[in-house]
Design a protein around this ligand. Structure first.
Ligand code: ZN
Length: 170
């Protein structure tokens, strides 16, 4: 049963690009975070990052066939792909939240990233889930602002286009 499970995870990794789940899910057991996180909202946000069902550019870019390298973070000036790693450990947009919920590390590593998301320590699980939940809310608000600003920037162009069309029509 376990070997079938492992083959399944490997196939998913290859077929659906679900790299993170194969890193976090190393044994065929109920994950501790599922019973440690008491509220649906915290569980939902932790699960979203672990199973790559979130709204980060690295994932949403797949829907629009955006090349992986162009799936950049819109919320900082680092000009890097908005991956789960960037979201959780790097992006300066969430530095205040990170100081509150993610134990300080001098240098973020993939090993530390995987350790945070597959931890069995209650405090680490709760704090990581809180970080993901609050950072996601912060990100959603910032993306809305980003879209509004983009629309405002486009207004003169749209007005000019409409004017030009009106002139051509008369
Ligand atoms: Zn960023």
């Amino acid at each position: 049963m376990i070997s079938i499970y492992r083959v399944g995870v490997q196939l998913l990794t290859v077929l659906q690009n679900l790299i993170p789940i194969s890193k976090f899910k190393t044994s065929f057991v109920r994950e501790p975070y599922l019973h440690i996180l008491k509220t649906d909202n915290l569980r939902k946000h932790m699960t979203a990052v672990r199973t790559v069902s979130h709204k980060l550019e690295i994932e949403t870019g797949r829907y629009t066939n955006t090349p992986r390298i162009d799936r950049k973070c819109k919320l900082c000036s680092m000009n890097v792909v908005e991956s789960e790693f960037h979201f959780l450990l790097i992006c300066p947009k969430y530095n205040i939240l990170r100081r509150l919920y993610v134990p300080h590390r001098a240098w973020p590593t993939l090993q530390y990233f995987h350790k945070l998301l597959s931890s069995e320590n209650k405090k680490t699980i709760i704090n990581t889930a809180k970080f993901i939940m609050y950072a996601t809310q912060c990100r959603d608000d910032a993306i809305i602002q980003f879209v509004i600003m983009s629309l405002n920037t486009c207004k003169p162009i749209l007005a000019e286009t409409v004017y030009t069309i009106t002139c051509d029509a008369s």
